[in-house]
Design a protein around this ligand. Sequence first.
Ligand code: BGP
Length: 462
Amino acid sequence: MSVDYTFPEGFWWGSATSATQIEGAASQGGKGQNIWDYWYAKEPNRFFEGVGPETTSNFYYTYQEDIKRMKEIGHNTFRFSISWSRLIPGGKGEINQEAVQFYNRVIDELMAHDIEPFVNLFHFDMPLEMQEIGGWENREVVDLFVEYANTCFELFGDRVKKWFTFNEPIVPVEGGYLYDFHYPNVVDAKRAIQVGYNTMIANAKSIKAFRFHQFDESQIGVILNLTPSYPRSQNPADLKASQIADLFFNRSFLDPAVLGKYPQELIKLLEEHGHLPQTEEGDAVLMEANTVDLLGVNYYQPRRVKAKDHLPNPYSPFMPDWFFDNYEMPGRKMNKYRGWEIYEKGIYDIMMNLKENYGNIESFVSENGMGVQDEGRFIQDGIIEDDYRIEFIKGHLQWLHQAIEEGCNAKGYHLWSFMDNWSWMNAYKNRYGFFSVDIETKERKPKKSAYFIKQVADKNGF
Ligand code: BGP
């Protein structure tokens, strides 16, 4: 294979996962309940084929073999998350020593294989007791999260050099407080805005706690799902709609995380509609002083936006959707197995935006991937021939390479995901892994893309 796209030396090749989605052992090893365990017990029918978070690939028991597989496909980095409810059942109080041992073993095993652990502290998995006292709406929960984060820094900070406070902090806002696809299934923009705001306070306070340790060569970041917002046309109404979507869905997290402050346009808009969140004295200074070192970018698909055809009814409850409509661009390329648009250049646009407007912050693609339903139909001679995924990865890597050529500060690429995993409500509907997983037997098998990524990692390009 001749190499046309070579990446900078030391490029991070790996994949991403999260505790709830891979660990299994949801009620074992002393773990407390989180909102997923609770919600599943309450409403199992909301989950695809009624499969809940107890049914995963069981990484809790198989991490050794899985890490060996990571090595075999050339990973030099791997992202996983620590489960708050496993480490500190109930969210506060005693540390669960079984969990400490488990995460220690995972970290040590990764390092023994020269795979750098990238550790994320929160991936949608609020401990139930914390949700019961208001979750992110309650500033007490913010402070308890910071205590949990600090416990992680103390326990694992001697070895973990890449930390992340949150994965996609906007998703619990959208899912839990706007569009009813996460517990607690609230639909209320005012509360949603408070949740988003408090999450960013938790981010800043955790960064502050992290800095206090003065670890050598360690970095802390946040992982954001950035969805570039493209207007239907260049007419002013479409442009404005697209800018507002960008404010709500990207800049409301990107700006405070990287620049340490909210965009003025967003503040103004929320103020006009009486939707500013409650703040406390010192918040602005805290945010400004505690920005991220590193940004994880999750990119799946862009947002296509048009002006609203009709003005919203002013008596309907305030929602981001008041200001724009999503738009299905004719002729757009689709992942027909998942129903999401594929637009590879989006990754370039994101990176160039970071370069031009966010001080060229150090970043990496922390998730990108192609979900496929019924992937078993692509098996030939016992292996899933996922050429579509290989094409998908290549297409995105080409644009990432282009952005790097033009000076953006991107350091790596992680696929979602290492192996097929359980997903929020969708359970095992969409498969994403380099390895397939048989849900019954837990058997893993490399897909064709696993061999592909090994070659890419070995040659540092393709
Ligand atoms: C991202 C999340 C992941 C994962 C992925 C795929 O937003 O960070 O946790 O679930 O989406 O989503 P789905 O399984 O719904 O296709």
